[in-house]
Design a protein around this ligand. Sequence first.
Ligand code: ATP
Ligand code: MG
Length: 370
Amino acid sequence: MGDSSGGPASILIIDDEETILDGCRQALEKSGYTVITSSDGHEGVGLARVLKPDLAFIDLKMPGSSGMDIIDMLSREMPDMVLIVITGYASIVSAVEAMKKGAYDYLPKPFTPDQIRAVTKRGLEHRSLKKEAERLREEKERMERSFITFVSHEMRSPLVTVMQYFETLKAIAGSELSDASRDIIERCEKRLQALHDLIEHWLDLSRIQDGSFSKAQAPLVVTDVVEKSIEELSPLCQRREISLEYTPRQDAPRILGDAESLTRVFSNIIGNSTKHTPQGGKISVGIDFDEFYVYVRISDTGEGIPEDKLPFIFEPFFRVKGKEERQRGSGLGLTFVKKIMDAHMGKIEVTSKLGEGTTFVLTFPRLYEL
Ligand SMILES: Nc1ncnc2c1ncn2[C@@H]1O[C@H](COP(=O)(O)OP(=O)(O)OP(=O)(O)O)[C@@H](O)[C@H]1O
Ligand SMILES: [Mg+2]
């Protein structure tokens, strides 16, 4: 019986009784398996960690170490390894407990060579089925991702076109538009913008997941990216009568990043601030750095986030229940932001005080330059 990599399957047996070890070795080597044995629990765990066998038999009762603990440890460390517990007496209770801790099967003493071979065969079959299922699941996930990415790409251009048509329509019709018509157009624009943001988020994320993201990472100065987002959002702030304060910092050191997705990170956070800051409020954006990191700080004097909700704001679809329709969003913005920050080996921290405002601090590792 071979393992998935083509060689003979390797089997570790941990039992303090030498006669059992010899018996198992003979029975299993006869069937072509590679057998490693250990009469000591500690040594057995060490061997398992180094040799990563496909399957391990573990005696439940050994002097000086508990088979139950070993099963617990190994099943956590190496979930791919099939663990089978050898029970010294007909103890169904401890066998059940071992299986709860991650053992796949049990073998009660005394057993015949045929019995140990049968249990081994079953265990290894289980292992290859599990591996195959895992491979299929990964393949399915990959296909789903690429499908959604494809759809997103295809949806983006017509969507952008429609948005431009609306812009043009407003420009052409201008003063001829009644307030009611203008209101409807603006509602459409808002919905289209939300859809557009969602698609952009998705495309960012799929670029991270399929690996093309790390290839697109290049040295950049965060200041340039921040300024792009500020440029994007200042008309909105003006309309809402929120002052947008920015302290430029041209001497910021470079980081390694993807300018496109980082622009969306900043736009998202500043965008959130505009949604949750009342007229007359203030949003401040600042850049700072030290020996190891570059920091971007975005604060607002908005409504704040309740303390008990703070731990959840990066969760998908989480939104603090707001009173106003204009706060509508998908609740995905910060989820994507967090993922993009992770892909930059960055950190995002938030502090907030209800009724006073919210501050996000984004930390990026400095690019090490010779
Ligand atoms: N600056 C802020 N002030 C107050 N609440 C905020 C702020 N930023 C985020 N939040 C809260 O966190 C929630 C999650 O934000 P997130 O950006 O993930 O979603 P969204 O803005 O609702 O939707 P989307 O970004 O997808 O349009 C928001 O719904 C809001 O309740
Ligand atoms: Mg948002």
